[in-house]
Structures are given as structure tokens and as C-alpha cells.
Design a protein around this ligand. Structure first.
Ligand SMILES: C[S@@+](CC[C@H](N)C(=O)[O-])C[C@H]1O[C@@H](n2cnc3c(N)ncnc32)[C@H](O)[C@@H]1O
Length: 460
């Protein structure tokens, strides 16, 4: 990189050229999920079909942890598939802490909860922000396919610095577009014009890259006038519409708190926005990465468009929101991976399972009744156990044959409609093959975004 650096480039205090090797520096699989959600909240013991097989290749991956670690592993690995398109929406240096506010419980017993999402505050100011981004962008270039593209989404806080960094890392010749995404709504100022756009910088790895032009409807004025009359046949209106330019005004932010898409993750981007970039610069089957995943918008869009994906985020709330989104939208299988060190809070609460009851099934094997006896988000909390604890649970998962290492999620139990308000089923009746003993694992994701797992072994 050093040799390719343009003579005009960005300098900051203690600019670090080294790619530091972090402790951990490897990834391991901790969970594989075949999406098989149970939404039923009425019949406690609804009989479930056979659990689907969890073996076989799983293409989609979520990395929980600092993306620097993941990027290093991807960059070093000889077997990893190169990435066709990277979209990142990193912190913008806003100097804010982001929270997610939700209301949980039934209408007579409603609680308001404020959950930490992520921090965009920088002790070392702009210098440390640039250090963070520079080291990661260089690794992103290494993991990008020769004909791949990267889209970097920022706003006025950092955009001018980031553009210069991108020129250096990807090369000025590989700059393709500065997309201006304009939106409305929210706040007003008497001191300056409203700041109502973000910037998305598009760079390619080389001059060979994919571009599928996009179209927008003609304005009513253009349609009425028609271009043919003015300029002749060569300028006839296109059937697809007008070719899209680099300023986008037709997609708004997710403003309404009740919008279907709104997952209450601050800074969540609309699916339409990400869809446009992915369609424009990749093909069906391409591998897409989003290293600052937030609520997981990119993964859902990839599923809808038939792309494979790698996502990462270091925030527990981001992981949980993405999981919820993927389960709810019926995602293809995916795995959760993490660094060597097990993430904190895999077991922060207190989860007690019921002793299962086994009944002979009509088919071969058993029908097993199992459920959650109690759950408390904080260990040793003296609150008396009651059915109320169910309102602390956002969703839970079940592994019917826990192997002691990887949680194989056979079923996921969720609320049908209102994410935090409907009752959630706490008991299940599942069909299991005949065995001498069963090692069952249950994992609870609670409304405070802490995750707790309980493992028990039973004999019928
Ligand atoms: C602006 S948000 C992304 C929002 C996302 N585009 C969406 O649609 O929901 C930035 C995300 O980057 C994550 N993040 C910040 N630093 C990170 C790091 N070093 N490694 C992984 N994730 C990081 C934060 O936790 C946060 O979820």
C-alpha cells in the first residue's frame, strides 16, 4: 500500500500503517440455525413435525465480534471465497451513544426498556476514528474479488475524510460514484440548512466490475411533453423509465415507529436502499458482506435477491435484532461464528427447564413435552418466579440433541404479531427419535438483549 500512496493523502496523529495481529485471530462456529419458527401462542402443546436436518453446507454466516478479527481471518485464509460486494454503514463519528427504546408486556402491565445499541464516541477524536476505518478498509480490499465493489455509507460528520481514505486504499481510478441519498422528516434548525442527505461512496477493486443500470419513473412533466417531439426519435422515452442518476430522492428513512420494517434499531437503513446497490453491482449467487451489520438489513435483502452473505457486528443488540429479523422472514440456513474468546453474556440470566414428559408416538420414537419452568434475566434476582417472566423473553430456541459445542437450532419460538407484547409459548410437544437419553439445550434471547443457555440430559 505504502508504494501506491498518492502524493496528496490524509495525515493524522499517530497514523498506523501496521495491520496489528489481534489476540484471538480465528473464528469458530457456535450456532447453526435452520429457520423453523413456531409462532403458535395458543395451544401450549402443539405437536411439531420432525426437526429438519441441520447437517450440510451452510453458506450464510454471521460473525459476532469485532470485524477486524473476522477481516484478518478472511484475508489470511486460502480457502475463503472472495467477496463480490461489500456494503458498510460504519459509525459516522457523530459522538453519540445509540439506544433502542421498546415497550414490553401486555397493555395492563407495560414496561419501557432502554437498550444500548452501540457507541459512536471516540476518545482519541478524529484520529482514532480514522485509525479504526483505515485498518479495516485495507483488509476489505484484500478480501474483495478482483471484479468486486465496495459501497461505503457515511454522512457529513466524516464523509470528506473517508473519501480521501478511499482514494488512497482503492485508488482514485477505481472511484465510481458518490451517491447522495436524500431523505426527509425529523428535527429542524434555525442555525443552518437542514442536513438531509447521506453519502455513499462506490469504489471497485479494478476496472472490471458489475453494473446493472437502474431506472426510475419519468416525471409527469417529461411524460406529458414526451421527448420525441422536442429532440426526435433518438430521444424517445424508454419503456423502463429514466436511467437512474447518482442522487436518490425516492427512498425515505424508516420514520414511522409502527412501520413493518422498523425493528427499533437506531440507524437502521431501509431495505429498498440496500437492494438498489446490491442489484446494481452484483448477480444472483454473488457473495455480499456487511461488516457493520446493525439490524441485519443486508442479510434480509440478500435472501430476497438470492445472494449469499457474511455479516458481522460487535453489538449484542445488533446480533439479536438480526437474528429476530432472519427468523421472522424465513431465512435460508445460517451459522453464527465468533472469535476464540466466547462472547460475554452467553449465560447471564437464570434459566430453568421443565423435566420433560415422554409419551409413545404413533410413529417410531417419542413425543416429548418440554418447556421453560422459569427465566430471570439476572442471576440470583429474588423476584418470585411466575408466568410473568415470559414477557422478559423475546424469543427462544431449542436444540434437541446438543453436542456440547455447537448449538443446532431445530426450532425457534416467537411471538406471532406484536414482537414484545403477545404471549409467547413456553411449552412444546416435539417428536424425537427413540434414544436412551437426550441432551437438550434451550437458549433464551431476552428483551434486554442478553442471551442465556441451559443444557439438561434426560432419560425417557
Ligand atoms: C450505523 S450502524 C449499522 C446499521 C445497519 N446498516 C442497519 O441497517 O441496521 C453501525 C453498526 O456497526 C457496529 N460496529 C461498530 N464498530 C464495529 C466493529 N469494530 N466491529 C463490528 N461491528 C461494529 C455497531 O455495533 C453498529 O451496529
Amino acid at each position: 500500500m505504502e508504494n501506491n500512496r498518492p502524493s496528496a493523502h490524509l495525515k493524522w496523529n499517530n497514523r498506523n500503517e501496521e495491520i496489528k495481529s489481534q489476540a484471538g485471530n480465528s473464528i469458530r462456529e457456535i450456532e447453526r440455525i435452520i429457520v423453523n419458527p413456531i409462532f403458535d401462542n395458543q395451544s401450549f402443546f402443539k405437536q411439531m413435525g420432525e426437526p429438519v436436518s441441520i447437517d450440510g453446507e451452510i453458506k450464510n454466516r454471521y460473525y459476532y465480534g469485532d470485524n477486524y478479527n473476522l477481516l484478518q481471518v478472511l484475508a489470511k485464509s486460502k480457502n475463503e471465497r472472495k467477496i463480490d460486494l461489500i456494503y458498510i454503514d460504519p459509525p459516522y463519528m457523530t459522538e453519540l451513544d445509540y439506544h433502542s427504546r421498546i415497550s414490553v408486556g401486555t397493555y395492563s402491565d407495560i414496561r419501557h426498556i432502554n437498550r444500548k445499541a452501540f457507541q459512536d464516541t471516540w476518545e482519541g477524536g478524529l484520529d482514532s476514528y480514522l485509525d479504526m476505518l483505515y485498518s479495516r478498509l485495507r483488509l476489505m480490499r484484500q478480501v474483495l474479488a478482483e471484479n468486486g465493489s465496495i459501497f461505503v455509507h457515511v454522512d457529513w460528520h466524516s464523509s470528506h475524510y473517508v473519501k480521501v481514505l478511499l482514494d488512497e486504499v482503492f485508488g482514485r481510478d477505481n472511484f465510481i460514484n458518490e451517491i447522495v441519498w436524500c431523505f426527509g422528516g425529523g428535527g429542524s434548525s434555525r442555525k443552518h440548512f437542514q442536513r438531509k442527505h447521506d453519502l455513499i461512496f462506490w469504489y471497485s477493486r479494478s476496472s472490471e466490475y458489475t453494473f446493472n443500470p437502474q431506472y426510475r419513473p419519468y416525471t409527469s412533466g417529461t411524460v406529458q411533453r414526451g421527448l420525441t417531439n422536442v429532440k426526435g426519435d433518438r430521444y424517445k422515452l424508454n419503456e423502463e423509465g429514466a436511467i437512474m442518476q447518482d442522487w436518490w430522492v425516492d427512498i425515505n428513512k424508516i420514520l414511522s415507529p409502527t412501520a413493518r420494517e422498523n425493528l427499533k434499531f437506531p440507524t437502521q437503513k431501509p431495505k429498498e436502499l440496500i437492494k438498489r446497490m446490491i442489484i446494481s453491482a452484483s448477480h444472483s449467487g454473488s457473495l455480499i458482506a456487511d461488516f457493520f451489520a446493525g439490524s441485519g438489513t443486508t442479510a434480509e435483502v440478500c435472501n430476497e435477491l438470492g445472494r449469499d452473505w457474511i455479516l458481522s457486528d460487535s453489538s449484542k443488540l445488533a446480533l439479536q435484532t438480526s437474528l429476530y429479523r432472519l427468523l421472522k422472514s424465513g431465512s435460508p440456513p445460517f451459522t453464527i461464528v465468533t472469535g476464540e474468546k466466547c462472547p460475554e453474556n452467553y449465560g447471564q440470566g437464570e434459566l430453568v427447564l421443565k423435566k420433560p414428559v415422554f409419551r409413545k408416538s404413533d410413529k417410531s420414537g417419542w413425543l416429548m413435552e418440554l418447556g421453560i419452568e422459569s427465566y430471570c434475566p439476572i442471576k440470583e434476582n429474588k423476584r418470585p418466579f411466575s408466568q410473568d417472566f415470559s414477557s422478559d423473553i423475546e424469543f427462544w430456541e431449542l436444540d434437541l440433541d446438543y453436542n456440547g459445542e455447537i448449538f443446532n437450532s431445530h426450532y425457534q419460538v416467537m411471538r406471532e404479531k406484536q414482537r414484545f407484547k403477545d404471549p409467547i409459548a413456553l411449552n412444546l410437544l416435539v417428536h424425537v427419535p427413540e434414544k436412551e437419553s437426550y441432551k437438550i439445550a434451550v437458549k433464551v434471547y431476552d428483551v434486554f438483549a442478553t442471551h442465556t443457555m441451559a443444557v439438561v440430559t434426560f432419560e425417557p
